[in-house]
Design a protein around this ligand. Structure first.
Ligand SMILES: [Zn+2]
Length: 412
């Protein structure tokens, strides 16, 4: 049980240097030491190679604690990326079971705007500050804490703690799990920041670049060229019409924005007022509702753009800026949804951000997103996790473990 006194004592100890890679550990450290230890290891994911760090040291730290806690630990390196790995840690055996899942990477941070050291957990005003406190390294420490003292013999169905790589960028870790068809279990809880409210639905996302190739020429005579910019004007009209169609065809009231969105985020074309524009690029994102398949949407997008340009002499190339994450939906009637609703006393809802849930769903698990952080604090300077969220999260996870792994016969 965590008390504010314990937290204060910890804080006065200052920033403690925690177990480093390769150190032998006999006892699993306290919850706060684990959270601080995870935050202390930078594991930034970024498309910018100068910022990108990999997550292997975090995985090794977790692997040590989990091994000491009696879990069978498997590290699954990402092919061709030695600094990245997933971790599958299993207590107990047999079919069924519960996965507690989280990603080990964080987004980059803006040093100038932080008032706390992002890599040195500090406690202030009943909050634990640090990069990854809310989104979401702390959840993995909470999952280990919830399993503290459990023996394999206590479990009728296995408990699996799953830690992934590269969630914040490519979802490469989750994609690899799907490819390898591991781990398998009946249920999964992903501890992304939902303010301890169960979430059974989120939108998908993909990003596409549309480049039009016309012909430059002197602006005094339109016949000398073929304006890619004017072509783009028509393409944008087509996309806005398509957006209207999508928004009148698809609606889900569980979302704050109940329709799919299509954003024209970036456009660049031409160079000079007196030259006919030869090249023009538009970048969009599209966020589908559950039930809308990304492959089909991409096909439709390309078909409509090509049709718009047919006969114009303007060529088009498409490039996936972000391959995409499918939307996720676990039915309201699913056991994991009902269990989460029972344990939290809250109706399961929907969020606007994407998670690894579609990949775990793809592995056959009934999946819910439910974690202690708040999305408002994620990806922000001075990211924090409220101390008041720790014990309720441990209690909730212990109850979920009891219901799924220890007494599965009594499952709802
Ligand atoms: Zn996250």
């Amino acid at each position: 049980m965590l008390t504010s006194m314990a937290a204060t004592m910890f804080a006065t100890a200052g920033c403690i240097q925690h177990h480093t890679q390769g150190e032998t550990m006999r006892d699993c450290p306290t919850l706060l030491d684990m959270i601080a230890g995870l935050i202390a290891i930078p594991s930034i994911s970024s498309a910018d190679p100068l910022l990108d760090q990999g997550n292997r040291a975090v995985i090794d730290l977790l692997a040590g604690w989990l091994q000491d806690s009696g879990f069978r630990v498997e590290i699954m390196p990402l092919p061709g990326a030695p600094a990245r790995a997933n971790l599958i840690a299993t207590l107990g055996s047999g079919p069924g079971g519960l996965v507690l899942a989280g990603h080990t990477d964080t987004v980059p941070f803006d040093e100038q705007r932080w008032n706390h050291d992002p890599f040195c957990m500090s406690e202030h005003n009943q909050r634990l500050y640090g990069l990854g406190s809310s989104d979401m390294k702390a959840f993995l420490a909470l999952a280990i804490e919830a399993a503290r003292g459990l023996q394999p013999g206590d479990l009728h169905e296995p408990l699996i703690i799953l830690a992934t790589a590269d969630e914040e960028t490519s979802m490469a870790g989750a994609r690899l799990l799907l490819e390898q068809q591991r781990p398998r279990a009946r249920f999964a809880i992903i501890g992304e920041p939902t303010g301890l409210l169960p979430v059974r639905m989120h939108k998908g996302i993909f990003m596409e670049s549309i480049s039009l190739h016309g012909q430059s020429g002197h602006s005094s005579d339109p016949a000398l060229g073929n304006s890619a910019l004017e072509g783009m004007h028509r393409v944008i009209g087509t996309l806005l019409d398509w957006r209207n169609e999508l928004q009148s065809g698809f609606r889900n009231q569980l979302f704050a924005v109940p329709v799919p969105t299509l954003n024209l985020g970036h456009v660049h074309g031409g160079d000079n007022p007196n030259r006919i524009c030869a090249e023009c690029e538009l970048q969009i994102d599209l966020r589908p509702l559950p039930g809308m398949a990304i492959d089909e949407l991409r096909g439709e997008l390309q078909h409509r753009v090509r049709q718009t340009l047919a006969g114009s002499g303007i060529d088009v190339t498409f490039r996936a800026l972000f391959e995409g994450i499918p939307a996720m939906e676990t039915p309201a009637s699913a056991h994991i949804v009902q269990l989460a609703e029972q344990l939290t006393g809250q109706r399961a809802g929907a969020v606007a951000f994407s998670t690894e849930a579609p990949y775990l769903t793809g592995l056959g698990m009934e999946t819910i997103v439910l974690g202690p952080g708040n999305i408002e604090q994620a990806h922000q300077p001075d990211e924090y996790l409220s101390l008041a969220r720790l014990q309720p999260t441990v209690d909730l996870l212990q109850n979920a473990i009891k219901s799924v792994c220890i007494n599965p016969g009594q499952l709802l």
